[in-house]
Design a protein around this ligand. Structure first.
Ligand SMILES: Nc1ncnc2c1ncn2[C@@H]1O[C@H](COP(=O)(O)OP(=O)(O)OP(=O)(O)O)[C@@H](O)[C@H]1O
Ligand SMILES: [Mg+2]
Length: 229
């Protein structure tokens, strides 16, 4: 369980998070909806202690993030696979190498074990046969799939998806949405999806919140009017 309690964050005079609280309970995907520039990425990074906050705290299974030191923060962050908005793939590495990177850097697995794990992930993300391609020859959607694959490498308990479907065509968007749903159903990968896409929010969210002007509110149903007012 992830408990976000009264997080506040300002950049100079700009209030980005104003007493933001919500929980990610077991078996739930929480969606944070919000217009561009509202603070969704800052929120995800604040939760993991990557961005320092001005107030509040986050508990991972009761363990505080913001006051965690050294190996404690490393242990907490390792429970989360972060799918970056920019995908953050390395251009000089092929699909296989990009997915394998966390395993090579953070585990003592043998080459064979790394290969087996990458193969398993390629099957989950539907990229078998594309493992030798480099990011430059992948579509935007395929890069997202690989970014999800890399986030899965260390078998995290949670996944944080930052705008996983933004800018994709409808077919690719549906494929990513289905992957997020399958990862929850079949592999119990739960966590947070931040997006400004109402359709993605509706399809993947168990709980849906709107983040706007620093405030977070739980939505009962969503429609285009959520961004008004
Ligand atoms: N390091 C920083 N220094 C100053 N301002 C920042 C910093 N990081 C983010 N901001 C500002 O905080 C606000 C929220 O940024 P954030 O990137 O979280 O928005 P977002 O909701 O993820 O937007 P998008 O939909 O474009 O990804 C923006 O106004 C941004 O300019
Ligand atoms: Mg963002």
């Amino acid at each position: 369980m992830i408990e976000v309690k009264n997080l506040s964050k300002m950049f100079d005079d700009l209030v980005v998070l104003d007493n933001v609280s919500f929980n990610v309970t077991e078996a739930h995907l929480v969606v944070i909806l919000g217009p561009s520039g509202t603070g969704k990425t800052v929120l995800l990074k604040s939760i993991l202690g990557i961005v320092p906050v001005d107030g509040g705290e986050v508990l991972f299974d009761g363990k505080p993030v913001q006051s965690a030191k050294g190996s404690e923060i490393y242990d907490i962050r390792r429970q989360v696979g972060f799918v970056f908005q920019s995908t953050a793939l390395f251009d000089s590495m092929n699909v296989c190498e990009n997915i394998a990177l966390p395993l090579v850097e953070h585990t003592t697995l043998s080459n064979r074990q790394v290969r087996d794990k990458v193969q398993e992930i390629l099957e989950i993300i539907g990229m078998v046969g594309k493992e030798r391609l480099y990011p430059r020859s992948l579509s935007g959607g395929m890069k997202r799939l690989v970014a999800v694959g890399r986030a899965l490498a260390l078998d995290p308990k949670h996944l944080f998806y930052d705008e996983p479907t933004t800018g994709l065509d409808p077919i690719m968007r549906d494929r990513i949405v289905q992957l997020i749903i399958d990862l929850k159903k079949n592999y119990k990968k739960i966590g947070i999806v931040v997006t400004h896409d109402l359709d993605t929010a509706e399809k993947v969210g168990d709980d849906i919140y709107l983040l706007k002007k620093g405030k977070i509110n739980k939505l009962k149903k969503i429609g285009k009017e959520v961004y008004n007012g």
